[in-house]
Design a protein around this ligand. Structure first.
Ligand SMILES: Nc1ncnc2c1ncn2[C@@H]1O[C@H](COP(=O)(O)OP(=O)(O)OP(=O)(O)O)[C@@H](O)[C@H]1O
Length: 326
């Protein structure tokens, strides 16, 4: 293979794996060794300027992947390149090309005013003065940080701190940003601001973004491509729309009855949830809802009903449920 930084392979993973060895004390002087396969033979490519969602349940291997992409962890197997660089070997050189935001942890200096963290980044990354000023001005404006620059980080609200962290990750104009839960714990308004900003950075600067999140609205609003990881393996890589089709599955009929009743009985549909007088019935997506409705109307005291298309959360939950039983 030629230059991996070229063409559609700005981030390249080829059968990358990471195994942790865990020791557990099982008795006096006895220890048990166990291997945890956190990432298991994952391959994907991300093109320059793409904005990709990287999602999966807790413990799926997302953070481990991100840590390998930044060079913090060395893969146990496979080949990995970011902008043509092997992250574990040239972590320092790569640091100038990437930005990282860990939503649950700040990279800012806790006791110092926000601006001090930026000044430190200016020196650490040796950002040319003019570029630092221009970037800082733009980020302060876009993320509305003006009034916060002199406030110690520990006094910032979660949403303010997150915006501060995002600015810190982008000051040195990285080509790639890894965002790990960038909207976690934020209120609706702050979430919207962060998303709008990320969209702008991606379009304006062509920054490549890898976004890890439990908030599927982040993905729905920002990413046209999504990768799903489960038990260390890539179980889906494709357009968001395809994820709905992948589960193709079922639609839901939500039925409001006059009163609380035992689960209704209808051919080719099953009750999946009951809450007071409301019941949820799953039925095959390819089937018309009309006969179900007719059947229900003839036998039960109906007040209202509506049909719901599968939403992405349900689709993903199902993918996991299916994997767990297979
Ligand atoms: N340093 C480590 N030593 C041992 N096991 C680890 C280590 N780091 C991660 N693991 C294990 O590897 C697996 C993948 O963890 P990882 O943190 O990558 O998952 P995740 O998808 O980021 O989960 P979450 O959404 O909860 O952050 C888990 O089983 C975890 O317990």
């Amino acid at each position: 293979m030629g230059d991996v930084a070229a063409g559609d392979g700005f981030i390249v993973l080829e059968q990358v794996g990471k195994v942790f060895e865990v020791r557990r004390r099982t008795g006096f002087l006895r220890r048990e060794r166990r291997e945890v396969r956190a990432v298991d033979s994952i391959s994907f490519r991300v093109a320059r300027g793409e904005m990709v969602g990287y999602i999966g349940p807790n413990g799926a291997g997302k953070s481990t992947t991100i840590k390998m992409l930044t060079g913090i962890l060395t893969p146990s197997a496979g080949r990995l390149r970011v902008a043509g660089i092997d992250p574990a070997r040239e972590r320092g050189r790569l640091a100038h090309r990437i930005g990282v935001v860990f939503g649950q942890r700040t990279t800012l200096w806790w006791d110092l005013p926000l601006i001090d963290s930026y000044r430190l980044a200016h020196r650490m990354y040796r950002i040319p003065d003019a570029r630092y000023r221009a970037n800082l001005d733009r980020l302060v404006e876009l993320l509305e940080l003006g009034a916060l620059l002199d406030v110690p980080v520990r006094q910032l609200s979660l949403g303010q701190r997150m915006r501060g962290d995002i600015a810190a990750a982008l000051l040195h104009d990285p080509d790639v940003v890894y965002l790990d839960e960038p909207t976690i714990g934020l209120d609706v308004v702050s979430k919207a601001k962060v998303r709008e900003f990320l969209r702008e950075v991606n379009t304006e600067r062509g920054t490549t973004v890898l976004l890890t999140t439990h908030d599927l609205q982040d993905i729905e609003q920002l990413c046209s491509r999504v990768m799903v990881i489960d038990h260390g393996r890539l179980v889906y890589d494709g357009p968001l729309a395809g994820l709905h089709e992948a589960a193709e599955g079922e639609r839901t009929l939500v039925v409001d009855l006059e009163r609380e009743l035992p689960p209704v009985e209808v051919p080719s549909a099953r009750v999946v949830r009951v809450e007071g007088p409301r019941q949820w019935l799953a039925f095959p997506a390819g089937q018309s809802a009309a006969p179900l409705v007719a059947h229900l109307a003839a036998r039960y005291p109906l007040v209202d009903l509506s049909v719901r298309e599968p939403d992405i959360e349900a689709v993903i939950a199902r993918m996991y449920a299916e994997k767990a039983v297979s």
